[in-house]
Design a protein around this ligand. Structure first.
Ligand code: PPS
Length: 392
């Protein structure tokens, strides 16, 4: 089934959702249009072109940000960032680079699309700036714990644990996996891409073992991505994004999406934590490296300035939540189809119900703020390809 043939009804939604469970790296591209926002404009309209900028020999100009690419890693808060970019793109009438026939590009064979892999990750390629590249990382332990719970039934290395132990208890399953990961993990199984060093895999690097090219790879990645956000410092990350793209505070308003119900979280013992870090040691290297890059960047931005900006953002988010949401996150049974996030079999994912009696403008904004990624993707897909049969 192709996405273009989808209508938004329960049966087809399930088919679409099946494919999105294993990841959605949406590429979000900015194409200059007559209604281009001043906030994102780097050069004047007359200078704009739809093709990537050709760098003139000897030109000292920085590359122009004609395109925004967001590489969505798994279980790192990416859906929240994606929602913000979807809203921005819709508001500014930007073009989205959606895969033609699916929600995702090449997963699980390869997580990063070929061109990105070639330009970002090959040590022999010189990085060619084509736009603004942004991604997000999260502490490897919490990322893995979240992945294990969410993909318990769909990643072979994880589902093998329940088959072998007969247990249905997430904590027991995670503990059993961490005791003997090699026993459950088969590197050649394509569905196992995320079962070891998932962020490394998502960035297109070899996630099996450390190689002497790693330091060079990390440096290349830090040149390729103008911003690597950190889930643990989400607000600070958004302020850096604002600075990078020339956004307003209003553009940064968010609610946490794809949030698991607390009862599905596994409390980690010291031993589990150590095992998890050892199993995901490349993710740990990646994360530690980019955490340093991140804080260096915050220092350059100015610590006091950052604190002020974050405080403004926090107040705005609080105010908006009060305006838009009935209460904090709710389980799926209490949500309508439009606002109910996809539910894996092994965890409960929370969503949000809107306040009643919102004005038309507020309802337009608030609905988009809480719209789960599949619903929003479907809406944008139909909107972009001039299919009017699914409208919010
Ligand atoms: N703003 C913000 N800050 C910190 N953490 C956040 C944020 N938004 C979402 N989250 C947490 O990220 C987890 C979901 O990540 P993704 O949306 O990338 O998941 S997915 O791969 O698209 O399914 C999921 O983690 P778990 O709840 O631990 O599963 C979310 O709670």
């Amino acid at each position: 089934m192709t996405v273009s043939s989808c209508k938004w009804n329960g049966k087809e939604r399930n088919q679409m959702l099946g494919s999105v469970v294993v990841g959605v790296p949406p590429f979000f591209c900015r194409t200059p249009t007559p209604s281009r926002p001043k906030a994102l404009a780097v050069k004047s309209e007359s200078e704009a072109s739809t093709s990537p900028p050709a760098k003139q020999a000897g030109s000292a100009d920085p590359p122009r940000a004609h395109h925004i690419v967001f590489l969505k890693t798994h279980k790192t808060g990416g859906s929240t960032v994606q929602n913000l970019l979807f809203r921005l793109g819709e508001k500014e009438r930007l073009t989205f680079a959606f895969p033609y026939a699916s929600f995702q590009f090449f997963y699980p064979t390869r997580s990063v699309p070929y061109f990105a892999h070639r330009f970002i990750c090959s040590p022999r390629q010189t990085w060619t700036p084509w736009g603004v590249y942004v991604t997000i990382l999260r502490d490897p332990a919490t990322t893995f714990e979240s992945l294990f719970s969410y993909y318990q039934n769909s990643i072979p290395a994880f589902s093998k644990v329940s088959a072998a132990t007969g247990s249905g208890n997430l904590t027991a399953l995670l503990s059993a996996f961490l005791e003997m990961p090699e026993f459950y993990y088969n590197a050649s199984s394509p569905g196992n891409g995320l079962a070891k060093n998932p962020m490394t895999f998502d960035l297109g690097l070899d996630n099996q073992e450390w190689a002497s090219t790693w330091p060079e790879m990390l440096e290349q990645l830090s040149h390729a991505f103008q911003l690597v956000m950190m889930a643990e410092y989400f607000d600070e990350s958004l302020i850096l994004l604002k600075d990078l793209l020339g956004l307003e505070h209003e553009d940064l308003i968010y609610v946490k999406l794809n949030l698991r119900q607390d009862s599905y979280r596994t409390p980690l013992t010291e031993e589990m934590l150590a095992r998890m870090q050892s199993w995901n040691s490349l993710d740990l290297l990646l994360y530690s490296y980019f955490k340093e890059v991140f804080w260096e960047r915050v220092r350059r931005y100015g610590l006091q300035r950052m604190a002020r900006e974050v405080s403004i953002l926090k107040s705005l988010v609080k105010e908006t939540r009060h305006l838009c949401l009935q209460e904090e996150a709710l389980p799926p049974g209490e949500l309508g189809e439009m606002t109910r996030p996809f539910q894996p079999e092994t965890a409960i994912i929370l969503g949000y119900a809107l306040q009643q009696n919102l004005t038309e403008d507020d309802a337009y904004f608030c609905l988009r703020l809480v719209l789960p990624e599949l619903q929003y993707h479907t809406h944008l897909y139909f909107q972009q390809y001039k299919r009017e049969d699914f409208k919010i």
